[in-house]
Design a protein around this ligand. Structure first.
Ligand code: AMP
Length: 213
């Protein structure tokens, strides 16, 4: 499986990716997770990315493309990949096309998860994430709480609200998405690669993606 998941913040890209990797051998590659790890470990990339992320803005394309060109050449990508949160801009999509052509890799399709803004807002403000960078399990205080309050079921680390999940940062992320990322829907539609998926339950979305392969 070689797919891109498009969809607003909170559309469920992370959750769907994790469910998909449980059903095939593809790797889940989330640029958000890579950047959050870099921030946590205070690497040069993390130091450059933090200010953009905290305010809900996109990190510059030049930083992202370097990471992704390297990531795609790691051996685990040979069995397939699910891109979550990448590409996010037309220049990223164009640069990705060049990298894929160079590496002789073809995308299966681009799944566009379509969710109402109200649903997304509610989901993001109630979302909690495991603070352990190698876990990053996702919970929701309403629909999927941890068994013990604020402690990750999977690894026992504290579960936190991400610093870019304040209401102000969320509204900015949604606006950034509308302006910079929604043009990708037309971009991939013109290439005949787009598959629109009305995001109902996670299982329905996963089944629809698997059926499209
Ligand atoms: P996410 O977890 O995908 O919502 O990403 C969290 C934050 O990381 C975003 O709000 C951006 O600041 C940054 N980010 C993640 N992926 C990208 C990308 N492909 N291009 C630019 N910035 C990104």
């Amino acid at each position: 499986m070689r797919i891109i998941l498009l969809g607003a913040p909170g559309a469920g890209k992370g959750t769907i990716s994790k469910l998909l990797t449980a059903r095939n051998e593809s790797v889940h590659i989330s640029t958000g997770d890579i950047l959050r790890n870099a921030v946590k470990e205070q690497t040069p990339l993390g130091k450059k990315a933090k200010q953009y992320m905290d305010s809900g803005d996109l990190v510059p394309d030049s930083l992202i493309m370097g990471i992704m060109e390297e990531r795609l050449q790691e051996p685990d990508c040979q069995k397939g990949f699910i891109f979550d949160g990448f590409p996010r801009t037309i220049p990223q999509a164009e640069a990705l096309d060049e990298i894929l052509a160079k590496l002789n890799i073809q995308l299966d399709f681009v799944a566009n998860l379509d969710v109402d803004v109200d649903v997304v807002l509610d989901r993001l403000t109630t979302r909690r994430t495991c603070s352990n960078p190698s876990c990053q399990a996702i919970y929701n205080i309403k629909s999927m709480p941890t068994k013990v309050e604020d402690i990750c079921d999977k690894c026992g680390s504290p579960v936190i609200q991400r610093s870019d999940e304040t209401k102000e940062a969320i509204l900015n992320r949604l606006e950034t998405y509308n302006i910079q990322t929604t043009p990708l829907v037309d971009y991939y539609s013109q290439k005949g690669l787009l598959k629109n998926i009305k995001a109902l339950s996670s299982d329905d979305v996963v089944n629809e993606i698997m059926a499209g392969l």
